[in-house]
Structures are given as structure tokens and as C-alpha cells.
Design a protein around this ligand. Structure first.
Ligand SMILES: Cc1cc2nc3c(=O)[nH]c(=O)nc-3n(C[C@H](O)[C@H](O)[C@H](O)COP(=O)(O)OP(=O)(O)OC[C@H]3O[C@@H](n4cnc5c(N)ncnc54)[C@H](O)[C@@H]3O)c2cc1C
Length: 455
């Protein structure tokens, strides 16, 4: 392992001396590739380098690779966290040229070519930065505790607890007005995550929980999707947006279009609708409206002199490297790469995976003294599900909605899970859920301190 103990009081010049001498000492060792992030971009880069004569260090603050597209199912009790998360060590256990480090990268020292994790420094010859994105609250960070977003396993279990605890609070609430607020679930953002979340919430309320309570009827739950634009699923063509909208409405989801959220409070939200300002009593507000690149992106941009876009994504060269530090590559949700279409590629898993494969190829080519061509994204299509038997999908000019799109969605998502074991388990659970409506993972696992209080 090319790791130096890095005391916090360490003199910076000494650090530089240390890394230079160490590079000379290790000149016989293979090219050192450090990868930050074991998500779609970082993991695919590591795997694509499995046959290369390089020494890879993959650093992640979590010890698992997370399949984010199915987080909403954990948040609504359909799947367990372990179904969509796979330990990185297990995925890479047979890849001898790759070691995994559990730790949070605090600094990238571009001058010394080191990545700092706690008291340790990792030297690199090539660096791949794939630390992903987090929620953006458009200047209202104070909303975050009241309207949690969905990005990590902890977010998903936190949301699951809030949803289930809200039904529990409603069950023992005598005041009908307060009970109605407990049974109102409001999701902000009509993109794929918001649509999937409201669709799944509706199934939970109308089917899964149907017979579970004695004092409330879970079907009375009000599920509201607030969307700032005039249609849901904006990146999709209008006919697919309309199909998704129809499907949501058939599931009793109230979709509020052209509606802007202006305030979030523990017992209500304030929205600006085309008809005027409205207060909506609710105890459960969920955020699916915006993302910003990992804070590491801002830091890297400042340290390397590279520009970042307004969401903090680092603007990269056509080969995904930095103009002034060509040994550093930024990929996935952290990168803003617009050379192909004139606008940045979307923050989706397939972009991150293809970029991971691509930078591995560039590193191999550089080592072989060969030139690399610019990254070219191949769009294999997009899809989003609304619920059982309902999804929208587009592949080039071909568009599908309904059950056929849903079957494609199901097949693709199972196939993309990291381990065979998870594919089988998820398929079995979906089959069970499909026939019984039972969502077994509807557990409140957090202490009462972390779920909404009864008023
Ligand atoms: C709820 C949800 C649903 C989605 N649905 C879809 C979908 O249906 N289809 C689709 O194509 N895309 C979907 N996406 C988007 C897709 O998941 C992302 O585009 C993709 O994960 C980006 O890959 P990445 O490698 O850039 O980042 P990530 O996959 O987010 O990986 C980043 C990794 O970096 C680690 N990390 C972050 N900071 C540090 C640090 N400082 N030190 C060490 N490690 C760090 C994280 O722990 C993480 O493992 C969805 C995303 C979400 C949140």
C-alpha cells in the first residue's frame, strides 16, 4: 500500500519531500492509480483496470457499492438495504491489483499528488475522482432536516422510518385535523426519483398497509407531488410525461404542476401555485428536487484552478481530465462534460459507468504511449417506473409506456445489480410482492428521537 502516515502537524515541505523521495524509491513499482469513490464511476474504472499493470487504491467512505436507482424501494419498505448494497471488498476480492481503503477523503493535494484520508496520505500517478453528488436545497439548507432527500442508505432508512412512524402517529391521533396532517405525504420534485417515490408511497398506503391499522384507513393517505415545471419527468418527451402523469393520478397521487415550494415547517409547507399561495398541512415532506456535486469538486476546482459549473461539477476536458493536471480525471456526477452535446451530460448511472470504463482505457493508452480519443457517451435509453405494471422508457426515437416499459425497467435494474446473489434475492422479493402486495422491509429501525414527534 502506498500510504504514508500523515500526522496533522506534519510540515507541508516535509510532506512534499517525502512524496518525491518515495516516488523515486518506488520507481520500479507499477503506475499508481488512486480512485476516490466506489460508486458507478469509480467501481467501473477499477474493474476495467483489472488486467492493467497498475496498482489501484480505491477509497470510499462507505464499505459498499450502492445501487441508488432502487433506493426508493428501501425508503418505502419494498427492499432491505443489503439487497441494493454490496461490499466493495467482496466485489473486488479477486482483483489482485486493487486494494480497498475505507475512509473519507478530506483533501486532494494536487501539487504533491496526494490524497489525504484522516492521518494517511495516498500518493498517485493517476487520480480518478468519482465522489458523486448530494442534495441541493437551492439556498435553503435549513429545509434539509424537515425535508430529507434520498441519496444514501441512511437517507432511505430515515425516510422509511418517517413514513411508517407517520402512520403510527395517525393511528393514535384523536384530532382529525392533526391526523390528516400525519397522513399527508408531500414529495418535492417531479423528476424520476419524485415520481418513483410517490408511486411507491401510493402502493404502500392503498395496498400493503390496507389491513394493518384499526383506527385509520391507510388508503385515506393523501400523496402530493409538487413540481415547479408544467410537466413531470421533464427530460422525457411530452407524451411519456403525460403517460406518467396519468398513471400517477390513477394511483390517487395529487400532482401540483407549476408549483413552487417556498417554505417548509414541521407541520406544513407553503407553496406558490398558479392560483396563489397555499399552506398544505403535512408532517412528512420528502425532497427529490435538486442535486449538487460532492464538496470535493469545489475543493478540487479551487486547488487545480479548473472552473466548476453552478452545481459544483468540475468542468473537464474531452478526455475527462483537468486541463492543468492531466493526471487527474473527474467522472460521473462530479463532472461537467459538455464537449459532445454542448450541454453537460446528465447525472445518471450509465454516464458514470461509461466514463469509468473510458478513463481506465485512457490510463492504459497513456502507459502504452498511445493517444486517446475524446469521451463519447452512448445513450442506450432512459426509463422511470411509476409503480407496479407502469413505467416509461425511451430508446432513441422509440418510446414505450405501461407494462412493457415496466418489464424492461425490471429486467435492466435486476441485471445491473452488482452481485448475482442480489439479483436473485431482489427478483424473489419482487415476485413475492407482486403476488401478495406485502413489503416485508417496512421496519421502523430508528429510535423515537429520529422520527417525527406526535403533537
Ligand atoms: C434516488 C436516486 C435514484 C436514481 N435513479 C437512477 C436511475 O434510475 N437511472 C440512472 O441511470 N441513474 C439514477 N440515479 C443517478 C445515479 O445513481 C448516479 O448518476 C450515479 O450513482 C453517479 O455515479 P458516481 O460514481 O458519479 O457517484 P456515486 O454512485 O454517488 O458514488 C460516489 C461514491 O463516492 C463516495 N464518496 C463521496 N465522497 C467521498 C469522500 N470524500 N471520500 C471517500 N468517498 C467518498 C460515496 O460514498 C459513493 O460511494 C439515481 C440517483 C438517486 C440518488
Amino acid at each position: 500500500m502506498r500510504c504514508k502516515d500523515f500526522p496533522t502537524s506534519f510540515n507541508y515541505l516535509q510532506t512534499l519531500k517525502l512524496s518525491v523521495s518515495s516516488a523515486t524509491e518506488k520507481s520500479n513499482q507499477p503506475h499508481r492509480v488512486v480512485i476516490i469513490g466506489g460508486g458507478f464511476g469509480g467501481l467501473y474504472a477499477a474493474i476495467a483496470l483489472r488486467k492493467a499493470n497498475v496498482g489501484i487504491t480505491l477509497i470510499d467512505r462507505r464499505n459498499f457499492h450502492l445501487f441508488q436507482p432502487l433506493l426508493y424501494q428501501v425508503a418505502t419498505g419494498g427492499l432491505s438495504p443489503a439487497n441494493i448494497a454490496t461490499p466493495l471488498r467482496s466485489i473486488l476480492s479477486r482483483q489482485k491489483n486493487c486494494e480497498v481503503v475505507l475512509g473519507e477523503v478530506s483533501t486532494i493535494d494536487v501539487a504533491a499528488k496526494m490524497v489525504i484520508v484522516g492521518h494517511n496520505a495516498f500518493e498517485y500517478d493517476s487520480l480518478v475522482v468519482a465522489a458523486g453528488a448530494s442534495h441541493a436545497y437551492f439556498g435553503h439548507d435549513e429545509w434539509e432536516p424537515l425535508a430529507p432527500g434520498l441519496k444514501t442508505i441512511e437517507d432511505a432508512t430515515n425516510i422509511r422510518c418517517r413514513i411508517l412512524a407517520a402512520f403510527e402517529a395517525a393511528e393514535i391521533e384523536a384530532d382529525p385535523i392533526k391526523r390528516a396532517a400525519w397522513m399527508t405525504f408531500l414529495v418535492v420534485g417531479g423528476g424520476p426519483t419524485g415520481v418513483e417515490l410517490t408511486g411507491a408511497l401510493s402502493e404502500l398506503a392503498h395496498h400493503t398497509l390496507k389491513h394493518d391499522y384499526r383506527n385509520i384507513n391507510p388508503s385515506d393517505a393523501k400523496i402530493i407531488l409538487v413540481n415547479a415545471s408544467d410537466r413531470v419527468l421533464m427530460p422525457y418527451p411530452e407524451d411519456l410525461s403525460a403517460a406518467a402523469m396519468e398513471s400517477l393520478e390513477s394511483r390517487n397521487v395529487e400532482v401540483m404542476l407549476d408549483t413552487k415550494l417556498t417554505g417548509v415547517y414541521p407541520d406544513f409547507v407553503v407553496v406558490e401555485t398558479p392560483q396563489g399561495v397555499r399552506q398544505i398541512p403535512t408532517k412528512t415532506t420528502l425532497w427529490a428536487a435538486g442535486v449538487k456535486a460532492s464538496a470535493l469538486g469545489q475543493q478540487l476546482a479551487a486547488a487545480s484552478g479548473e472552473p466548476a459549473d453552478r452545481t459544483g461539477r468540475v468542468i473537464v476536458q474531452p478526455d475527462l481530465s483537468l486541463a492543468l493536471q492531466p493526471e487527474i480525471f473527474v467522472i460521473g456526477d462530479m463532472a461537467s462534460s459538455s464537449h459532445q452535446t454542448g450541454k453537460p451530460l446528465p447525472g445518471v448511472a450509465s454516464v458514470a459507468m461509461q466514463q469509468g470504463n473510458y478513463v481506465a482505457d485512457v490510463i492504459r493508452r497513456r502507459l502504452a504511449g498511445k493517444p486517446a480519443t475524446a469521451f463519447h457517451y452512448r445513450d442506450y435509453g432512459s426509463m422511470a417506473t411509476i409503480g407496479r405494471g407502469s413505467a416509461v422508457a425511451m430508446f432513441g426515437k422509440r418510446r414505450f409506456s405501461g407494462i412493457f416499459a415496466w418489464l424492461i425497467w425490471l429486467f435492466v435494474h435486476v441485471l445491473k445489480l452488482a452481485k448475482f446473489e442480489n439479483r436473485v434475492l431482489v427478483l424473489l422479493q419482487w415476485a413475492w410482492h407482486y403476488t401478495t402486495w406485502n413489503q416485508a422491509a417496512r421496519l421502523i429501525t430508528q429510535s423515537s428521537a429520529s422520527v417525527p414527534k406526535k403533537t
